[in-house]
Design a protein around this ligand. Sequence first.
Ligand code: MN
Length: 250
Amino acid sequence: MKILVTNDDGIFSPGIKALARAMSELGEVYVVAPDVEQSAVGHGITVRRPLRFKHTAAAGLDPIPAYRVDGTPADCVVLGVHLLGKPDLVVSGINLGVNLGLDLTHSGTVAGAIEGTSIGVPSIAFSLDIGSRAEMDFEPGAAEAVRIARWVTEHGLPDKVFLNVNFPVNPPKGVRITELSTHHYEDSVVERVDPNGVPYYWIAGKPTGSEDPGTDLWAVRQGYTSITPISLDLAAHDFMPVLRQAFEGS
Ligand code: MN
């Protein structure tokens, strides 16, 4: 079994190292990841400039083959599949920080799983709540990731569905299957002036969202691993009858 591992924190992140090493237990792993951090780039792909695909021994992943790409996580999956063949599983992460609720559309980590799903490969995104910790322990999450990935490879996933997994700060008490919360970053714009006297703007965000029971944010804060199945069918089916009546005529 071939497993493609990507992320959005870049190929030198400790999170991808832990995930790639753990996945070796399940099959033949190869890492294709951005050369620099690509957090919050979402599902963007690079179409207006060429991309490079370079073997990277310095990633410290030996004997796992590791390649860096000067692009986004979605670019990494596209090039990885083109150059190394279609894998049986795509995993993305382990991200340094949660990807919950409304964060999902910004997340490069999640985009790696979305790209895998788009090409018909079962895919999972993994993120770790790092809280205010200086020391990050990816090992409990990596062990749980193996358990989840094994189940997925044995049972498959529905068409156009991937798993979004978030690990709590401390070793998980168990697993909860969750709904998406309202977790997001409240955007604030900081305006400053550059050395030439020209203003520039920096979008900063403060995490916020309610911990409603049964949601991903609630589960992670309660110390559980959160698994949310996500469908790429974004159409609001429930609302269609209203629009049909309004616009399609009687
Ligand atoms: Mn990230």
